[in-house]
Write a protein that binds this ligand. Sequence first.
Ligand SMILES: Nc1ncnc2c1ncn2[C@@H]1O[C@H](COP(=O)(O)OP(=O)(O)O)[C@@H](O)[C@H]1O
Ligand SMILES: [Mg+2]
Length: 228
Amino acid sequence: MSLLQLRAVRRRFMLGETAIDALHGISLDIRAGEFLAVWGPSGSGKSTLMNLIGLLDAPTSGEIFFAGQDTRQLNDDALTAFRAQQIGFVFQSFNLVPVLSALENVMLPLQIRGVGEAEAKARAAQVLAEVGLEKFTASRPDKLSGGQRQRVAIARTLVVSPKLVIADEPTANLDSDNSQMIVELMREMNRAKGVTFVFTTHDPRLLQHVDRKILLRDGDIQSDEVMA
Ligand SMILES: Nc1ncnc2c1ncn2[C@@H]1O[C@H](COP(=O)(O)OP(=O)(O)O)[C@@H](O)[C@H]1O
Ligand SMILES: [Mg+2]
């Protein structure tokens, strides 16, 4: 089943009088449960595409269907609610709250949704254990390595059970060993929970665990390879 369908999606940015066509009419289906990398050089349109499939931005023309829903039919409030229910984000800069412990960071999205303290704590502790951080629940982000911080960020995203996780260059601030570990962790979570993952990278070494890799170049899909 297709989780996402993009049809002839274009995104044009205007810089004064100058038009920048960041995406030139992309058509793409993403199936539920896929583990997919979008790769390509800087400026190829990866972040623009992630913002569109994360429903953070709207195409200049073309259509995006999410779980069969035509996203053009959703107003801003409906889009925000839809995003909160279905989509998780992981960022290259981790975006953890510095004054909160790892556990409190992971509890936060649950508390925002009105889950009570005791249940939030139990669920956050469970997901932190799943990402291998059971010994670090009380640590603040500045006591954790970059790889550990990104694990906390992934736990925080997964704790509310999104259908789709979008990770735009999640390893850009990590060394190569930690980058591999983060991709492997996302792969494990994809398999264990059936969550669809789409991540971007400019590093071809990170593509060995993916089901499918889409190469972007100058706003077009240059290749779309499904692994055997
Ligand atoms: N908000 C924006 N305003 C103007 N141009 C933009 C904006 N966002 C992206 N671009 C341009 O679109 C192209 C693709 O950018 P981006 O999607 O960030 O690529 P990548 O993530 O692959 O590095 C680049 O030429 C970039 O300068
Ligand atoms: Mg980018």
